[in-house]
Design a protein around this ligand. Sequence first.
Ligand code: SAH
Length: 482
Amino acid sequence: MNLFPLFADLKGRPCLVVGGGEVARRKVDLLLKAGAQVTVNAPDFAAAITALAAAGRLRLQAGAFDPALVPQHWLVVAATSDGAVNRAVAAAAEAATRFCNVVDGPGDSSFISPSVVDRSPIIVAVSSGGESPVLARLVRQELERLLPARLGELAGWAGRWRTAVRARFPTVDDRRRFWERVLAGPLARHVLAGRTGDADTDMQSALADSGHATAGEAWLVGAGPGDPELLTLKGFQILQQAEVVLHDRLVSPGVLAYARRDAELIEVGKTGGGPSTSQATINELLVSRVRAGQRVCRLKGGDPFVFGRGGEEAAALAAAGLPFQVVPGITAALGCGAYAGIPVTHRGLATAVVLATGELAADSPAPDWPLLARPGSTAVIYMATRKLADVAASLIAAGRPAGTPAAVVAAGTLPSQQVVRATLGTLAAAVAHAGLTPPAVLIVGEVADLAATIGWFTPGTAAGCDNDPAPPSNPTGPGSPP
Ligand code: SAH
């Protein structure tokens, strides 16, 4: 951290602005907004500054820069058009251990004014540490867009209810949970829409409702296939709120990093073949945490309802009479297809896509091989790597020609993504040769060849880079068969 962020209370505190022109006036305005007691030192003053002085808003000190003024002030701003004077002001401030900002002179400044989004009392300050003020401004614009115009009113409204909420909920945890619910829910939307009366009425009933603060809830959230940026906005928001995150081992660290700082992260490992928590144990954990009043995010790789046993977890919650919501995620088939340059349907090549699994539970029906082998369709088979040769042989036996294009995508959407393309007949050998490691999906169908022309993703560039395991020693890019 190059600069230490600081919100300074300047109310009634003397601050000095050296310079009397337009730039100085802008600084003066900001300081006055913060309630500072401003003195302007310059040989002559712009009309706006003289007018402020006439109105008693600031003091003028006419004449050349007077270093003796510096030690009497908390902050100094050098805003003249003369570089030498500005540097002299900075040097005097340094000697007097006063913070000094030199306009257009970040190198001479001991503080800078950040770009500000003002939704007082909420203030967001953005700085690039002088590296790129334009970028800081763009970030500020983005925040301007994101933050509701009435955010400040919301903060003020919440402030008025603080005492009542404190009286109603004695523990910090209960209060935090209550506020998070209120500020992320319909009450806050009332305030943001200017309907403060409605918000007050609802707040009264929320405080009277004894179950309000203790009701737990579960969200079954799809984390997407790997690239953390493929998480949905809704999934992100829930991760920011949940007190407990029960996650699969496949969920990438980049997604877990979005969890609230103080959230309890519990890995309920589920990887093909590896040791895993039994589904019954996961269901029990989920139910007991929600019953205890916690907000639980059950974070699953890809989509919770695609080979994720999310349905069973939802059923356990439903049977226990507990509230839950399901947030879809990008399933591996679609994430891998997109990042490998393989559209799962394509005009003239495939009009249907079937998602199937290569590992079957004991009580599941056998795969419908003729369905998976249907011409004009794409089959995406999850958990297929261990039985790749068997799966390919079964598809060929069911009528899919051995020459059908096929691909295996491993660690799809991650910087370590590997794609091996061949034909149904040769793929198993090609994959063994490339030494791919799970997780991987098998994509069978004419569409697999499109990777040669529309493969776009270069492994090693995904947003999750920092968190992904080391890149493979022999990376195989999209469209580059081994
Ligand atoms: N619910 C998940 C699937 C869980 S089953 C989803 O919707 O994607 C686990 C299987 O998903 C793995 O064995 C593998 O076949 C596939 N998979 C998950 N993430 C993957 C990734 N990044 N790349 C390739 N395959 C992946």
